[in-house]
Design a protein around this ligand. Structure first.
Ligand SMILES: [Zn+2]
Length: 116
């Protein structure tokens, strides 16, 4: 099920996987200031533009396409904004540990749409 076409992400074929992790480091010393930096993926992209490790991200974008990219609340503090660009912005930092939660919430919406 894919009719998804990248909007803000590079078109296919891609030279690299667009996923960007977040790395939190603590400043040395007592201040304990946390700094969050992007950690780009170094995996080789497959046909859909994501590396093997980040294939699950494509499923989110496929769901988004099927649903018309609605605003989705994943929990009280975390949401995916309306529109393809917002879904892509979430997709590039969508961590594997959120997979079951996201699949549950987005999958429910999808089922509701498909089954009425
Ligand atoms: Zn990757």
């Amino acid at each position: 099920m894919s009719g998804y076409v990248p909007v803000t992400l590079p078109p296919l074929p891609r030279v690299r996987c667009p996923w960007q992790g977040r790395r939190m480091t603590l400043e040395p010393g007592l201040s304990g200031t946390a700094r969050i930096t992007a950690k780009p993926c170094t995996g080789a992209p497959l046909a859909n533009g994501w590396c093997e490790q980040h294939q699950y991200v494509q499923q989110l974008l496929d769901y988004g396409h099927a649903l018309g990219y609605p605003l989705v609340w994943l929990n009280m503090h975390l949401w995916i904004g309306r529109g393809c660009a917002n879904w892509e912005a979430y997709a590039v930092r969508y961590p594997a540990r959120r997979q079951s939660q996201v699949n549950f919430v987005v999958g429910q919406l999808y089922k509701k749409q498909v089954c009425g």
